[in-house]
Ligand binder design. Structure first.
Ligand SMILES: Cc1cc2nc3c(=O)[nH]c(=O)nc-3n(C[C@H](O)[C@H](O)[C@H](O)COP(=O)(O)OP(=O)(O)OC[C@H]3O[C@@H](n4cnc5c(N)ncnc54)[C@H](O)[C@@H]3O)c2cc1C
Length: 311
């Protein structure tokens, strides 16, 4: 039962979340291949080949895939499917994976599963519905099974121990309805929110820019990524990519601080699997306290400043 895992990479390196998706594939089969797409992407291809349990790596290296546009990615995966009779194609549930997966499903005319967080068998999977309120078990008859995998729901496969062969993959791009125009990337020296071991998140209770500056300083002090609620993204206090929740990122760090966050179900859907949750809110009836392992009824910014000064 060969499974194709689509690598997350930026041409220079393999993203750690690929290793979590490999683990999800291992729950079904030991025949796991990885497709690495990009331009000049030998390094991530070699990294994928070194991951434990990987059988073969296809490397689709060409100008059209330089920016891994979702339409181009879908065509590359289709080319890999013509090489081997894959029963499953697993993307990581990231911005890139969530964009490419439905395009592949459309090209192949099969239904797909999103945000899988448990593998029961080759055709039966677990995924949250209703903003994380219900964990559904779903059975699919699709062939191949195409899915996005929630990386925080699976341990990472070992990055070393494998010795897979790397094979070039030629892709014929049939549709030309896409073109790269430009890219704006936020450069940050903070840990990646999706894979950070510690996340400090702020909500409307941080009030203003000064509150968020204090949050950033605290994050730097403890080597954490910064998360936020949609409310503060909408207010322009935090960048889009920091949003945690149903329509943001799904995180599950070892430690999650929720400062001035009410605990709306749409936010909680993105962080409730965190190992330890600490909430600070001035309202002792805040819903976030119901999810917290430790909570404190206090002014969020004052607590942040005190913690920062004491650490
Ligand atoms: C379809 C849909 C999708 C959504 N997706 C998301 C999503 O992905 N992520 C997300 O976060 N939201 C999402 N939302 C929005 C969500 O419903 C909430 O509106 C949002 O999470 C609230 O953010 P908040 O907790 O910062 O603000 P509020 O709900 O206004 O809460 C602010 C909290 O701060 C506390 N507070 C105030 N002052 C202080 C202080 N000085 N010190 C300490 N505490 C203080 C208050 O007691 C309150 O609990 C979505 C909504 C919809 C409808």
């Amino acid at each position: 039962m060969p499974i194709l895992v689509i690598a997350e990479n930026d041409n220079a390196s393999l993203k750690a979340s690929t290793l979590n998706t490999i683990t999800a594939a291992k729950a079904i089969s030991s025949d796991i291949d990885v497709l690495v797409c990009g331009k000049g992407c030998e390094t991530p291809a070699k990294a994928a080949a070194a991951a434990a349990g990987v059988r073969k790596v296809y490397c689709a290296d060409c100008e059209e895939l330089a920016h891994r546009l979702p339409e181009a990615m879908a065509e590359a995966v289709r080319a890999a499917l013509q090489k081997d009779a894959y029963t499953h194609v697993f993307f990581t549930s990231s911005t890139a994976g969530k964009a490419a997966m439905p395009r592949l499903a459309g090209l192949l005319g099969v239904s797909a599963l999103t945000d899988v967080c448990g593998v029961e068998s080759a055709d039966t999977f677990k995924r949250y519905i209703y903003a994380g309120g219900v964990l559904a078990t779903v059975r699919t008859t699709a062939n191949p099974v195409i899915a996005t995998i929630r990386p925080t729901a699976f341990e990472a496969a070992a990055a070393q121990g494998g010795s897979a062969v790397v094979e070039p993959l030629a892709v014929q791009f049939k549709s030309r309805g896409f073109a790269f125009v430009s890219e704006e990337a936020q450069l940050s020296d903070k840990p990646d929110l999706l894979t950070a071991r510690r996340v400090v998140a702020g909500g409307r209770g941080l009030i203003d820019e000064a509150g968020f500056a204090a949050l950033e300083a605290f994050a730097d002090k403890i080597g954490a990524a910064v998360g936020s609620t949609r409310a503060v993204v909408d207010m322009g206090l935090a960048p889009n990519e920091s949003q945690v929740g149903q329509t943001g990122k799904i995180v599950a760090p070892e430690l999650y601080f929720a400062f001035g966050i009410s605990g709306a179900i749409q936010h909680v859907a993105g962080m409730k699997d965190s190992k330890v949750i600490v909430a600070v809110n001035k309202d002792n009836e805040a819903a976030m306290f119901d999810y917290a392992d430790y909570y404190l009824e206090a002014d969020a910014v004052e607590v942040i400043k005190e913690l920062t000064s004491k650490l």
